[in-house]
Structure formats: C-alpha cells, structure tokens
Write a protein that binds this ligand. Structure first.
Ligand SMILES: O=C(O)c1cc(C(=O)O)c2c(n1)C(=O)C(=O)c1cc(C(=O)O)[nH]c1-2
Length: 583
C-alpha cells in the first residue's frame, strides 16, 4: 500500500506495528543515543482503563496516537498537540464468553493504519475498519466462529488494497487460515487454510516449492491420518511481513491439533508431518497462492508454533548479498531463508540449551535435508501417552514466543527477546468436542539447568547464525524489541522494567520500573523536534497468565502459572502507556 509505505518511511511516525513492512522495528531517529539515553525521563503516561496483557504498540501518524487495549479491544485516538486529549474512543460490542476460548490471555497485537483508516481485529474475530479521523465504523466482517474456539489476537497487515488477517484456535481444533479482505469494502478476496486440499490451502502443486522442489499434489492431505486435518489447527496469530518488490507476504503457522502427538500419528502409527502446520509461508498478495513453504517442525510433539515474525533484510552470506527472511522459531532455531526462493541459508540454535534436536540437516543431498535431527529421549511420541518426557528444552513457550525481534540497520544484527525455560511434557488422550479445549498434554515448566534466569535479550548474527552477546533476565523477555539509529536497543521485562542497552555489547544504559509487567512492544516517534520512546505495560500473555487471569494452580495456563509463580513478587496487573523523552 503506497500510503503505508509513505507514512511509515517518515521516522517521525510509527505507522505500522512492525515499524516497516520488512518488520525490522528499526527507527532512523537518532536524537536519543547511547550517550544520553541514561537521562531519559517520563514525559507522560496514559491509563488504558483495561487490565490484562497489553501486547503490541500504539501507532503514531502525524499528530495523532492510536492506543488499543486487550479485550474489550477499545481503541482511542489521542491528540499529541493538545495534552493527549482523547479525540475519539471506539468500544466494540462483543460477547464476553469469547474470553473462555482464548488460550493465552485476552491479548491484541495492535491496530494498523492505511489511507485514513484504522483496522482493528477483535477477540471475537471481527475485522473492523474505522475512520481514523472520527472513529466511526466504516465496515465490519466476522472472520471466524468463537463458538468453535476461533479467536482474534493477531494484528492485521495491510498490503496494497487488502487487509490480511489470521485466526487463533490451535488449542481448540479449529482448522485455521489466513484471509485477505478488500480494504475499502470488507469483501473477502481470498482465504488460505493451513491444511487440507490444494484448492483450500492455495498451493500450486507444480509451482509452489519447498526447499527448491515442487510440493506436488495433495502435499497437505498426504501428511495427515484420515480426517484429522479437519480439526488440524495451524493458527496464524503472529506478525507478518511484506515485500512489495516481489508482491509476497510472509507469515508462519502454528501447532497441529491436538498437542498429543500419539493421537496424530499416521495410519501405521508412525510420525507424519502434518503439513502445513508449523510452516513459514510466502504468499502472493493478490491471489494468496503460496510461492514457497518451509516446515520448521514436522510432526510437532512440543507445541512449537511456527508463528513468530519473519524479518526481511539484505544480508551478506558466504560473500554474496542475499535478500533474506530471518525468523526465530519457538523450536529454538534461528532460520534465514532466501526470501524470493525459500532456499534455506542458515539454521542454528539461538539458545544453547535447546536439546529436542541436535541441529537441522543442511546436507542438500540428504533425504532429510532441511529437517530437524531429533533427539529420541526428548520425544513425547516415543515416551507415549500418560507418561512424562522430562527435561525438554525449550518448553512449549518456545525459546522465543510472539514478542517480535528487531533488525538494526546500524549493526546488521538482530536483537531478540528470548525465553530460557524447559519442561516436562505428558500427552493424554483427548476427545474433540467443538468449542472445547483440544489440548491433550500436561506441562510443567522450570528454568533451564544452567541458570535460574528465565530469559535473555540477545544480539544475533543472522548471516552466520551466531549469538553475538546475551544479556540474562530474571524472567522471559515477553516484550518486543526496538532498535534506533542512536545505537540503542529498547525492550521491557515481565517485572515491568523498560530498558535501554547498547546495540554493540548489550550494556544496560537505562532502566525504569513501569506500573506493571511489560509484554508490549517498544516504539518511537518524533513530535515538535523531540524523540519519544514508549511502551505499554500490563502484565499478561501466556507467561503472565497467572497474574492476568488470577490463576493459582501451577498446572494452569499449560504450566505457565507454576513456571512464573514468582512474578507476583515483582509486579501486579495494570494497563498503561509510559512515554519517555530527554529532558
Ligand atoms: O494455537 C493458537 O491458536 C494460539 C493462539 C495464541 C494467541 O492467539 O494468543 C497463542 C498460542 N496459540 C500459543 O501457543 C502461545 O504460546 C501464545 C502466547 C501468547 C501470548 O500472547 O503471550 N499467545 C499465544
């Protein structure tokens, strides 16, 4: 969309959730530098009026800031020229019973902007276009059925004249999809399911490739047992990227349903891939047809949803400049692909404690090329039903979850918020009932064996596949990173600290304790000649679900309540925005 390209190119704005279409979350603003960031002061704060997990970031376009909240998904436009006065407030009407089918808190990853419209994706899967000036509803479509467990938490992406939106429901046996709607009318243009017949998943058996080879006919159907694909999951709730040059959007799909791998095994009781769950997709914006696919975790046994954001950059790999997409998967591997062809260029662990696989087979002549090399003792499928597989790293939270990383054009490195949590995983038999949880595994989570710290903020070389530095954090870093031309990387912590570090070496330069734990994404903008950085606080998301939803049983929240029990000693629920600037 030309307007999005234009408004997001101006670093005074933060016009798109990921900062730009490439998803770099990098800002050219350089007033705040490594030398002066220690002097940051709170410029103003704003309470959203809602508790629970505040993911995503506000947008700034011109003199207006657009603030969003978790359920009930209120949107407010604030006047940055006039005391942050509320210009309009939009409160969608939703049936609150949707909350009971949201797996991992009532989060929303944010609104998007284009051509004078704000696009909002609500918990009940409504996609709503608002007039950015007045907050008036222009159109509304319903994308899925919460009665079946479909919910909306992901941010839409606006590419050309289309609004593209995903759906959640992997824990409820929803067969998930990605859908493009016409931005002006709300009419559906295409829908691409994550699994099913070729005509549903929009692949061309001859032209869509996986690791350079055509996927062939029925690539998905052939990899499921019987009709299991009809309740197959493959949710699409992460941040997406877009490359206007190649007309491709990039996004990942999540777990195959159920989490009990034994129930998903093939007709011969052997593992089968369950394509195209756990897959990175490159799709044509106009037709939705996939150009290439890559499945990160075939036959998932750990709930390593592949939804984490792809980040587009130009990287020099083995002396050659490549147009790349880099992705930090839940499964603990940092992948870099050629984003035009889908060729796998790099796949290395970004957390040294990852043990479920010893590596990714990079031998092009091998029959298992591109697949993880599994370690048998960490395979719940091998251990079997009603028996726990112990000591798997990472936990189902992933070595990184949805919290987006940033790519700095200054250093050429990626700055990645990570988790450092391991687990015991015990599958149990679960019957599918529409609209009821279809999880089928009990989890216990605990710190990785090498340190009591549950997280790290790391710098990653995407071309070499190496950690450059790693800064330990007491809890998982569940906040999105921001990098700036001032040499600073920003992120928040689950205890509620907003932090600034030096991109070069990770040295901490600033911290400030905000009112609640941070699961939002750091952003920056410029007004009246001054650079501001801002972040939501409001603890929640999967890691913070115990606090956010008032859960106490350690096994609740699929084990996250027990894993993050001590978080309640550091912070409490909230819902606010904190904005910083130099004095
Ligand atoms: O399978 C799904 O449909 C689904 C949806 C969501 C979501 O929409 O928030 C999460 C997950 N899975 C999930 O596996 C997960 O780890 C997770 C973390 C979070 C979060 O916001 O902190 N959401 C989700």
């Amino acid at each position: 969309n030309q307007n999005v390209i234009q408004v997001s190119r101006d670093p005074a704005n933060w016009a798109i959730q990921s900062g730009d279409y490439a998803g770099t979350r990098y800002s050219k603003l350089d007033q705040i530098t490594t030398a002066n960031v220690g002097d940051l002061k709170v410029a103003w704060t704003f309470s959203t009026g809602v508790l629970r997990g505040h993911e995503g970031a506000p947008l700034v376009i011109g003199n207006v800031m657009y603030v969003h909240t978790p359920f009930p998904n209120t949107v407010m436009a604030l006047d940055l020229n006039d005391e942050q006065k509320i210009i309009w407030k939009y409160e969608p009407k939703q049936d609150p019973t949707v909350i009971s089918v949201m797996c991992c808190d009532t989060v929303s990853r944010g609104v998007q902007y284009a051509e004078g419209k704000i696009l909002l994706h609500t918990a009940d899967t409504s996609l709503i276009a608002l007039d950015a000036k007045t907050g008036k509803e222009l159109w509304k479509v319903v994308d899925g059925d919460p009665k079946l467990g479909a919910t909306g938490t992901g941010a839409p992406l606006i590419a050309k004249d289309k609004v593209i939106v995903g759906v959640s429901g992997g824990e409820f046996g929803v067969r998930c999809y990605l859908t493009a709607y016409d931005m002006n009318s709300g009419n559906k243009v295409w829908r691409a399911y994550s699994m099913g017949p070729d005509s549903d998943i929009l692949v061309d058996p001859e032209k869509t490739t996986s690791l350079g080879k055509p996927v062939g006919e029925n690539s998905s159907l052939n990899s499921w047992n019987g009709d299991q694909w009809k309740i197959g999951g493959g949710p699409t709730w992460g941040y997406m990227a877009y490359d206007p040059e190649f007309n491709l959007i990039y996004y990942g799909t999540g777990n195959p349903s159920t989490w009990n791998p034994v129930q998903r095994s093939g007709p011969d009781s052997k593992p089968i891939d369950q394509k195209w769950a756990m897959t990175m997709f490159a799709r044509d914006v106009d037709t939705g047809v996939a150009k290439w696919v890559y499945q990160m975790t075939p036959f998932d046994q750990w709930d390593y949803d592949g939804i984490n954001e792809p980040i587009l950059a130009d990287l020099e790999i083995n002396g050659v400049m490549r147009k790349t997409a880099t992705h930090f998967d839940r499964n603990g591997f940092g992948y870099t692909w050629d984003r035009v062809t889908g060729e796998l260029l790099v796949a290395e662990k970004f957390d040294p404690t990852v043990n479920w696989a010893s590596g990714i087979d990079m031998d092009k002549s091998s029959p298992t090329y591109g697949r993880p090399k599994l370690v048998e003792k960490y395979e719940p499928f091998k251990t079997g039903v009603d028996d726990a597989t112990k000591g798997i790293c990472p936990s189902s939270l992933g070595a990184k979850n949805q919290q987006p990383a940033s790519y700095s054009k200054l250093t050429g490195l990626f700055y990645v918020p990570t988790n450092h949590v391991c687990m015991d995983y015990e599958p149990f038999k679960v019957r599918y009932t529409a609209g009821q949880p279809y999880v089928g595994a009990t989890l216990t989570m605990y710190p990785a064996p090498d340190t009591p710290d549950l997280g790290n903020f790391i710098a990653w070389d995407g071309a070499k596949g190496k950690i450059v530095w790693s800064k330990p954090e007491r809890f998982s870093v569940w906040s999105g990173a921001l990098t700036t031309a001032g040499g600073v990387a920003f992120y928040g912590t689950l205890e509620g600290y907003f932090k600034a570090v030096d991109q070069k070496d990770g040295k901490e330069l600033f911290k400030f304790k905000t009112p609640s734990g941070i699961v939002g994404n750091a952003m920056t903008y410029m007004r009246g000649g001054k650079q501001y950085v801002a972040v939501y606080s409001g603890v929640g998301g999967w890691a913070g679900i115990g606090l956010a939803a008032g859960l106490r049983d350690p096994e609740d929240g699929s084990g996250a309540v027990g894993g993050f029990a001590s978080l309640s000693s550091y912070t409490s629920t909230g819902g606010s925005l904190t904005v910083f600037s130099l004095p």
